[in-house]
Design a protein around this ligand. Structure first.
Ligand code: HEM
Length: 236
């Protein structure tokens, strides 16, 4: 007689459903991430290119419904990831290096991404002072010891998570990416090249590659300094 263990069957079905939800939400967010990381890369070539690109694509990803959908896809992606992680608790299997790096990147992104969104969007929404090139440049000059490692890790973790995650997510949905992208140099070359470009972009924002305008002389910097002065001034 065949005995079906209902709890095992349910958790398997839930897991497959969760895995599809995580894949679809990840693919939706990756549409923005590709545009955003390409925008960041342009800082290696100069502020005009960076600002010009950002000014033209911003109209799309900051269209209110799209921005809401973007945030929703991010929340669903992280929540389903946490649920799947809880489901794996107790497993002693050691995953391969690339998968472990994918997970470490996810932890870093999950910890910092909402702070990043608030830090870049609140000055725009509350004080009409969107960051542009000068805003990132200001952050790097304001607190270099924090913002260089923070942005380098944010960009590289985002890139790694994207390059590893997109073929996996497509695979879950039944679309098999070519072998060359999934393993070997076809994986590591784009990751290595992309990481180098992100470091060059940060050097561009920091003024090490070409002349930049005074990073403290823009609306974003003034909004931050005003907020900092407000919160640090002693109450009368
Ligand atoms: C070195 C790396 C990065 C830099 C310099 C950077 C910089 C910025 C800037 C300047 C904005 C404001 C954009 C605008 O106003 O149009 C922004 C927004 C944002 N960033 Fe990043 N970012 C980096 C990496 C990432 C990564 C890896 C992610 C996601 C995993 C991410 C997610 C977002 C999101 C969701 C927004 C808000 C988009 C919106 O609703 O308008 N960023 N970032």
């Amino acid at each position: 007689m065949n005995v079906i263990n209902i709890s095992v069957t349910n958790s398997l079905v839930n897991n497959q459903r969760l895995s599809r939800i995580q894949s679809i939400s990840g693919l939706l967010f990756s549409l923005f991430a590709v545009v955003h990381l390409s925008n960041t890369a342009l800082a290696a070539l100069g502020p005009d290119l960076y600002d010009g690109f950002q000014g033209s694509v911003r109209g799309v990803y900051q269209w209110p419904l799209f921005e809401l959908a973007l945030l929703a896809s991010l929340v669903v992606h992280i929540a389903s990831g946490v649920m799947r992680m809880r489901g794996r608790r107790g497993s002693r299997a050691k995953p391969p290096l690339r998968l472990r790096l994918h997970r470490y990147a996810a932890y870093y992104l999950a910890i910092f991404v909402f702070g990043h969104i608030a830090a870049t969007r609140l000055p725009a929404v509350l004080a009409d002072a969107p960051p542009f090139f000068g805003g990132v440049s200001f952050s790097l000059h304001f607190m270099p010891w924090f913002f260089y490692p923070y942005y380098a890790l944010l960009g590289i973790a985002g890139l790694y998570h994207l390059v590893y995650g997109v073929p996996v997510a497509l695979g879950v949905l039944g679309i098999r990416a070519p072998q060359v992208i999934r393993r070997g140099p076809g994986f590591w070359i784009p990751v290595g090249a992309g990481a180098t470009v992100i470091v060059l972009a940060l050097l561009g924002f920091g003024g090490a590659l070409y002349e930049i305008d005074d990073p403290f002389d823009n609306d974003f910097a003034r909004a931050y300094e005003a907020a900092a002065a407000h919160f640090t001034s002693e109450a009368p």
